[in-house]
Design a protein around this ligand. Sequence first.
Ligand SMILES: *Cc1c(COP(=O)(O)O)cnc(C)c1O
Length: 218
Amino acid sequence: MAETPLSRVRERIARAARRAGRDPAQVTLVAVSKTRSAEEILPLLEEGHRDFGENRVAEAQEKWPALKAQYPDVRLHMVGQLQSNKAAEAAEIFDVIHSLDRESLLKALVKAVEDGGRAPDCYVQVNIGAEDQKGGVAIAELESFLARVRETPLPLAGLMAMPPQGLEASPFFALTEELARRHGLDGLSMGMSNDYESAVMLGSSLVRVGTALFGPRD
Ligand SMILES: *Cc1c(COP(=O)(O)O)cnc(C)c1O
């Protein structure tokens, strides 16, 4: 079969996993399709890919119902910051939320479930580089926040982290992996186009890749 961006990224994930003695099947590739049109997304669906990431609820609501009608087994991942007043709508369309990072959002998601909505798998986002401008739970607060999530009906999938831009990502991946292990969590959502191979070598179970699959965003 001809090489495609998707097959190349999959192959690089598999190689990184094997280098670390890991089973490539234990790494999920999420194709981050934010800002991409249905025409750009369709070739990946036709190639058999089913996990896609978006960062805005409204954009997902516009693009995905039609695509999901054709490919009902698509799994949609919310990878962007989520406002609490959008939580109920997000739970309707997303299967996985990667940005659970505060009490108000947790409450809103729990309320959506109590009102009869779906309970998406949730990753707790950690502010791994202690950056003011970035979302995520501070490392010092992580233990108590995870305990709060575990009191709710929301399935806790693991931790999500984004290393600070401009710094070597590996130490931050290693730290996230250590935090997940300390808290008994298996799921690790870390690694993007520039660094997904190191993330996989350092234990990531889910990489979120946009540019390497779709080309540069304009
Ligand atoms: C856009 C985005 C990605 C994908 O980034 P690329 O560098 O294009 O691979 C991954 N995770 C999050 C949270 C994003 O917002």
